[in-house]
Design a protein around this ligand. Structure first.
Ligand code: ATP
Length: 458
């Protein structure tokens, strides 16, 4: 077992593509580090660099204390598990597991037999040892691939989307097995996935990568609670965080965050938690609200004044344990520069800024209806609203001081109305077309700089 250190690693391919840029990452001895990011972000390349299957352009990789840039892959003492299990079809499970030990030499027949038996026991493959891969299910093949890695007793496991070929249920099961196995074997592991749920459930720490650059590395809960920037905020969490262009104002009752017709009385706590927010008073910010921090106000116990917004329900998704409502909020959707690209659309089932644009509602209907709701007097306990001239999203932008900027310098408010997703108590009776009062958990708001995307948390 050994720690792995990537010290300033850059990989540029001969055609000029820079797949990994100045990557610094330390994986502790015995740790399971997950590399996660959208397709093409460079995570597989990073793994292949550690394996020695690609040559480093700049920087040094250490396995243990040893720089390995010039060490052949077979001498790096690591075992890889791929998406395609790459089993030999003509060999049995037993022979597949024993193959690399035999091929490398240096182990007696007895020792090989002992290690294969031990791996088969751990992975519950004993009854299948004489079968050929074609006689196995996908999950069983995956376990054989794991077994082949385990028998090597390597210093580290490198796993590249090992569960992608499995169906959803089996994936969840195998994910738990890998986590358990990794913990009990204590082998340093780097695990690559594009699936944020897999990353969050597996990793002791998760490194979020975008365009070859490390965005944040932290334990899963830290990424969720304190994302360093807009990219991490929108990539981690499902459904994705709602991102809204807003402004921060100092109202009579303390600081307020304003967007479209809405004013949330955020109080002093968010300002204390986001020290940089003080500097943004009177200016634009990106407000982040996770769907789970929005609730049907009629079900909330203590809807504090200034914590409720009026929205129009556009879509109701009943998921059993929760109901997701897509709601028009009367503001233009947000496309922070460089974040709305295809990589987000392609890689998130739900959410992300790509999904924000996917959720836009054509025309101004939603915004107009909305302005009518709260703008025409509001409701008791509701956040105060800017009156009704917000029907036109262009005017919304003016009211929030958020006039559209020329791309690609900053956020671009389009002429379409955005929806936010609220993950609600399944008892909610709110239906499509209804004007709803939604309570916002003011203690769980996120704020970002609209130009750089950096969190305003200190
Ligand atoms: P995926 O999840 O789709 O596998 P990834 O995050 O693992 O994506 P990589 O396979 O590491 O991404 O690729 C990173 C970037 O490097 C991509 O733009 C890819 O096209 C490019 N790339 C990968 N291999 C090569 C190569 N041999 N030559 C040139 N460019 C390459």
């Amino acid at each position: 077992m050994a720690a792995i250190v990537l010290d300033g690693i850059t990989k540029q391919f001969p055609d000029g593509t820079t797949a990994v840029r100045s990557l610094d990452l330390s994986i502790a001895d015995g740790e399971l580090m997950v590399l996660v990011g959208p397709s093409g972000c460079g995570k597989t390349t990073a793994l292949r660099l550690v394996a020695g299957l690609e040559e480093v352009t700049e920087g040094t990789i250490f396995i243990g204390d040893r720089p390995v840039n010039d060490v052949e892959p077979r001498d790096r003492d690591i075992a890889m598990v791929f998406q395609s299990y790459a089993l030999y079809p003509h060999l049995t499970v037993r022979q597949n597991m024993a193959f690399s030990l035999k091929y490398r030499g240096g182990n007696s027949k007895d020792e090989i037999g002992r290690r294969v038996a031990e791996a088969a026991r751990i992975l519950e493959l004993e009854p299948l040892l004489e079968r050929k891969p074609r006689q196995l299910s996908g999950g069983q093949r995956q376990r054989v691939a794991m077994g082949r890695a385990i028998v090597r007793q390597p210093q580290a496991f490198l796993m590249d989307e090992p569960l992608s070929n499995l169906d959803a249920k089996l994936r969840v099961q195998m994910r738990a097995e890998i986590a358990r196995l990794q913990r009990s074997l204590g082998v340093t592991t780097i695990y690559v996935t594009h699936d944020q749920t897999e990353a969050m459930t597996l990793g002791s720490r998760v490194a979020v990568i975008r365009h070859g650059e490390l965005q944040q590395v932290a334990p899963p809960q830290e990424l969720y609670l304190r994302p360093a920037n807009l990219f991490v905020a929108s990539f981690i969490g499902s459904p994705a965080m709602n991102l809204i262009e807003a402004s921060v104002e100092r109202g009579d009752g303390g600081p307020q965050v304003c967007f479209g017709p809405h004013r949330l009385a955020i109080g002093e706590k968010p300002v204390r938690e986001h020290p940089a927010l003080e500097r943004y008073l009177g200016q634009k910010v990106v407000l982040g609200i996770r769907p789970e921090h929005l609730e049907d106000a009629s079900l909330a116990h203590d809807a504090a004044p200034g914590s409720v917004i009026g929205v129009t329900v556009e879509l109701r998704e009943e998921l059993g344990s929760e109901v997701d409502l897509h709601c028009a909020v009367g503001v233009a959707p947000l496309h922070p520069a460089g974040l709305g690209g295809g990589e987000m659309d392609a890689d998130r089932d739900v959410g992300g800024l790509g999904a924000v644009s996917a959720r836009v509602l054509a025309g101004t209907e939603g915004a107009g209806a909305l302005a009518g709701t709260e703008g025409a007097g509001g409701t008791e306990g509701a956040a105060t609203s800017v009156p009704a001239q917000v029907a036109d999203p262009a005017q919304v932008a003016d009211l929030t001081g958020a006039a559209p900027l020329a791309a690609p310098a900053g956020p671009v408010a389009s002429a379409l109305a955005a929806t936010i997703v609220a993950r609600m108590d399944p008892r909610t009776t709110l239906q499509v077309g209804e004007q709803a009062r939604v309570q916002v958990d003011l203690a769980a708001l996120h704020f970002f700089d609209p130009e750089t995307g950096t969190s305003l948390r200190g």
